[in-house]
Design a protein around this ligand. Structure first.
Ligand code: GDP
Length: 232
């Protein structure tokens, strides 16, 4: 989708008062360190090193904004689960991030990156528990899908969709690979829809494929029914 191909670095912020004016639409990218978030952003924007700006010394704990067109932004959040972060930095990060995620008006939804070989870790589920009360959608990219065979990948996706359907009805998921570009059109369609852009004709043809098949709406009081997904 062409708008993604014209993404540029916009700004990096470490303090809430430096957030850009709340105009347009933002999509946040979150995930465990090393899950493949920077690679996914680079793949979606067709840029080799765009999101690696977030990894330059001094910026790893910052929120980095990338601009698509006039009023659309991809927002790269610091990766979580990195044990070596000193507690003072972590506290600052927690406040910055939680305030951004819970109060930012232009934020439409979150793309949550998970390594397909380690989906729905405790921290990922914590993020879902914590963000979904905002009522905003979460789309999970199960990255590095090239690392396992097709059948295994399909099984993981189905298990994740079942878990989401039971627990987080506004969440969806798909397979993704920055190495093979698998899932890129599916991701464009979801993100394009979130940003209010028209899907391309080829994406219209594939709508059935794009809608995650969540069949079991959650039953009140059964929020944690799927919480043992990883222990299955
Ligand atoms: P981040 O910390 O979440 O931003 O993760 P990176 O994007 O830096 O990726 C971490 C490592 O996983 C790097 O060595 C990447 O080359 C590798 N990686 C990321 N995505 C993929 C993928 O789709 N397939 C494969 N095979 N490797 C990937």
């Amino acid at each position: 989708m062409s708008v993604f191909q014209h993404t540029t670095f916009y700004t990096t912020i470490n303090h809430l008062q430096d957030l850009p004016p709340p105009n347009g639409v933002e999509i946040a990218f979150a995930g465990r360190s090393n899950a493949g978030k920077s690679s996914a952003i680079n793949t979606l924007t067709n840029r080799d090193r765009l999101a690696f700006v977030s990894k330059t010394p001094g910026r790893t704990q910052h929120i980095n904004f990338f601009k698509l067109g006039d009023k659309h932004f991809l927002v790269d959040l610091p990766g979580y689960g990195y044990a070596k972060v000193p507690s003072k930095v972590r506290q600052h990060w927690d406040t910055l991030l939680s305030t951004y995620l819970q109060t930012r008006q232009p934020l439409y939804g979150m793309v949550l990156i998970m390594d397909i070989r380690h989906p729905l870790t405790q921290l990922d589920r914590g993020m879902l528990d914590w963000f979904t009360p905002t009522g905003k959608p979460v789309h999970i990219l199960l990255t590095k899908a090239d690392k396992i065979n097709r059948q295994q990948a399909g099984k993981v996706l189905q298990d994740v969709l079942n878990f989401l359907g039971e627990t987080y009805p506004q969440c969806s998921a798909q397979l993704f690979s920055s190495a093979s570009k698998k899932g890129i059109n599916e991701a464009y369609a979801i993100l394009g829809h979130w940003l209010g852009l028209d899907p391309l004709p080829f994406q219209k043809q594939n709508q059935a494929e794009l809608k995650p098949t969540i069949k079991n709406p959650p039953v009140k009081g059964e929020k944690n029914r799927g919480a043992n997904y990883l222990n299955k």
